[in-house]
Design a protein around this ligand. Structure first.
Ligand code: ATR
Length: 284
């Protein structure tokens, strides 16, 4: 609803949630599109998640984003699931409509849109893709890559079993191989795209120690981490002359369908919005 009499509310449920850029991003769009609404951070402990979500429609919420550690709980709780929520087993967006809690996953579309925008529509098709990590984020990235036409995907993960489980799930759509963590020559040799889906390299986490030696010069490198904006991986890639994609694009693009569902306007991802977020990251 845009410009109506009843303010529309939405928010992000997490634990912790104070670091989230989503209130700033959705607040920017609310102002830009002159919508009477608000988007607030909602710190909710895991044991309270179900009761809190049940109360939100009663308080006028149109929906909410769901972040760590609630994405699987949101998946279990939602009455309906969209295709990407079913495929990932995780819900990052709740939409409340006529007493029904709808669960959606917009991370897949967020990564796909960012990839196309930053590295081109054919980024996944140019040759083998190496994916670091096999967690929830990796699953969303793999779905997007398979959909974007990746034919050969190499999953590199510390825990082999997790990589193999993920590989089995994608065996139908792509040629998937798993590689040992540290086998950088095997994983990156001949690859045309490298994607980090782990949280390594994020401020406060352990560094991501990858040797890019074997990565072809023309390969592109993407990181879903956006804090810092230029991770050590992206810096190393840039210094080799590779094209890079940081994590802010995915963050902004995953928010578009959520905002549209709650507030009735499809917002635009613009350089100005990116600037607002970059400045906030610099202040944090
Ligand atoms: P998310 O849902 O955000 O992807 P996750 O499911 O906990 O989070 O996955 C985190 C990913 O980072 C996993 O691939 C994890 O590897 P394991 O499957 O071996 O746990 C990876 N990861 C985390 N810390 C790591 C480390 N110190 N070295 C290598 N990989 C690490």
């Amino acid at each position: 609803m845009s410009g109506g009499i009843t303010p529309q509310l939405a928010g992000v449920i997490g634990w912790p949630v104070h670091h989230s850029l989503s209130p700033l991003m959705h607040g920017y769009w609310l102002k830009q599109y002159d919508i009477k609404g608000a988007y607030v951070p909602l710190p909710v402990a895991p044991q309270d998640f179900g009761r809190c979500v049940a109360a939100m429609p009663l308080m006028g919420f149109a929906g909410a984003n769901v972040t760590v550690p609630h994405k699987e709980a949101a998946f279990a709780l939602a009455a309906t699931l969209d295709e990407d929520a079913r495929a990932t087993g995780a819900v990052n967006t709740l939409v409340f409509e006529d007493g029904v809690v709808h669960g959606r996953n917009t991370d897949v579309r967020g990564f796909a849109a960012s990839l196309a925008e930053s590295l081109g529509e054919d980024a996944a098709k140019r040759g083998p893709v190496a994916v670091l990590g096999a967690g929830g984020a990796a699953r969303a990235v793999l779905i997007a890559l398979a959909r974007a036409g990746a034919r050969e995907i190499r999953i590199v993960n510390r825990t082999k079993e997790r990589a193999e489980n993920l590989a089995r799930a994608f065996a139908q759509s792509s040629n998937i191989r798993t590689m040992a963590w540290g086998d950088w020559a095997g994983a990156l040799g001949g690859a045309k795209l490298l994607v980090n889906t782990t949280s390594l390299g994020m401020t406060g986490k352990a560094p991501l120690d990858v040797s890019l030696e074997e990565l072809p010069r023309e390969a592109a490198v993407a990181d879903i981490v956006y804090n810092p904006l230029e991770t050590a991986l992206l810096r190393a890639a840039r210094e080799r002359g590779a094209r890079t994609m940081d994590g802010l694009g995915m963050l902004m693009h995953q928010a578009v369908p959520a905002f549209a569902a709650w507030f009735g306007v499809t917002p635009k991802v613009t350089p100005e919005l990116r600037d607002v977020l970059v400045k906030a990251l610099a202040r944090a």
